[in-house]
Design a protein around this ligand. Sequence first.
Ligand SMILES: C=C(O[C@@H]1C=C(C(=O)O)C=C[C@H]1O)C(=O)O
Length: 102
Amino acid sequence: MTDDDTARAAALLKEHRASIDRLDAILVYTLGERFKHTQAVGRLKAEHDLPASDPAREAAQIERLEDLAKRADLDPEFAKAFLNFIIREVIHHHEKFQDEGA
Ligand SMILES: C=C(O[C@@H]1C=C(C(=O)O)C=C[C@H]1O)C(=O)O
């Protein structure tokens, strides 16, 4: 391993990390936008006495996401766990709206 190799590796690492930082920003803004819509859905549900969760919709989303994950070379089990984690948080928000009579 020469000094040149080490310098090239350091430059590559820096480039990858810059890309990772940009992608993390996209993830955060994307999640922020998603939550804006789910919050609006939660208020609608609370106003119209609709249940906080919709298991049929969730099952359809999971199926769709697993398919997308496979095509994107992402572990479908990870994609499923990630979406379930987000949906649990959304339902928690919806239940709070219903408790508050939003
Ligand atoms: C956002 C909704 O509420 C819940 C949350 C969902 C989600 O985060 O995608 C999907 C279904 C519901 O359990 C909805 O009904 O569309």
